[in-house]
Design a protein around this ligand. Structure first.
Ligand SMILES: Nc1ncnc2c1ncn2[C@@H]1O[C@H](COP(=O)(O)OP(=O)(O)O)[C@@H](O)[C@H]1O
Ligand SMILES: [Mg+2]
Length: 270
């Protein structure tokens, strides 16, 4: 996958300001960066859920940003896994896996079921094929979502914070599935805050802030010895939220607690 000079603006808001990333076949690249830095928008531009303002994206030799390209043809080659699992609640795990295979790839039912079962086994959920999403834990739902993407035989897998919505004890099972995919040689672009996963699995780590790539390199280099102050500050917050809370916007609050959303970094403190 090759991204060159990618820009994306929503009205006056420039979210991506010239991104260049190459992911070789079989490579795993992790993207890290603060909330709002444009990570999701970047992934969404790769499979054209968002239309780039300028720049090019090519996947497996096809220029996906070519105006003449068949978008459906592009999307079926790219698997995407979201933070929220996006399973169909009224379909069983196996039915969630066979639907797109049959509708988009026009696979006969028997073949779609066979491929679906093989992928449920790959994510360790062979015994859950008849379960509905509501009967599964978040980690199991996310593994079904991964199996669904794999059932389309993607050439590239995009993951957008796949473990962020999970209870801590369920994160490991999802990361284990992703780790085994990487070992099988899947090409993966992964937005994650799981630094130990990035260090262990990523061939490269890209740190984004404010719509640009601030630095990139091996996980060891970027996570272990960041060169830029912005990277250091971000990593300090992610690796030890209690020790280095993010700057809280606005004047210091005194007096009784003000109702409002929890402040990241304050959670679990005290
Ligand atoms: N569809 C949209 N319309 C307007 N603004 C958007 C849209 N999608 C994202 N943004 C804005 O773009 C910025 C980057 O968002 P996002 O790519 O989701 O960042 P990240 O995933 O790094 O948290 C944010 O300021 C967000 O509010
Ligand atoms: Mg995001």
């Amino acid at each position: 996958m090759r991204i060159r000079g990618l820009h994306k603006a929503f009205g006056d808001l420039e979210v991506l300001r010239g991104i260049d990333i190459t992911v070789q076949r079989g490579e795993v690249v992790c993207v890290i960066g603060p909330s709002g830095s444009g990570k999701s928008t970047l992934l969404r531009c790769v499979n054209l859920l968002e239309e780039p303002t300028s720049g090019t994206v090519a996947v497996a030799g096809t220029e996906v940003t070519d105006p003449d390209v068949d978008i459906d043809q592009v999307r079926r080659r790219i698997g995407m896994v979201f933070q929220s699992f996006n399973l169909f609640p009224h379909l069983t795990a196996l039915e969630n896996l066979t639907l797109a295979q049959r509708r988009v790839l026009r696979r006969p039912k028997g073949e779609a079921v066979r491929v679906g079962r093989a992928n449920l086994e790959r994510v360790g959920l062979s015994d859950k094929e008849d379960a509905y999403p509501a009967q599964l834990s978040g980690g199991q739902q996310q593994r079904v979502a991964i199996a669904r993407a794999l059932s389309m035989d993607p050439e590239l897998m995009l993951f957008d914070e796949p473990t962020s919505a999970l209870d801590p004890e369920l994160v490991g099972d999802v990361l284990a599935v992703m780790r085994s995919l990487a070992q099988e040689g899947m090409t993966m672009l992964v937005v994650t805050h799981e630094m130990s996963f990035a260090r262990e699995v990523a061939d490269r780590v890209v740190f984004m802030d404010g719509g640009v790539i601030v630095e990139e390199g091996s996980a060891e280099r970027v996570v272990g010895a960041p060169r830029h102050e912005r990277t250091r500050a971000f990593l300090a917050r992610v690796l030890d939220p209690a020790a280095a809370p993010p700057p809280v916007p606005g004047p210091p609050v005194s007096g009784p607690p003000v109702p409002g959303p929890p402040v990241p970094g304050e959670v679990g403190k005290g």
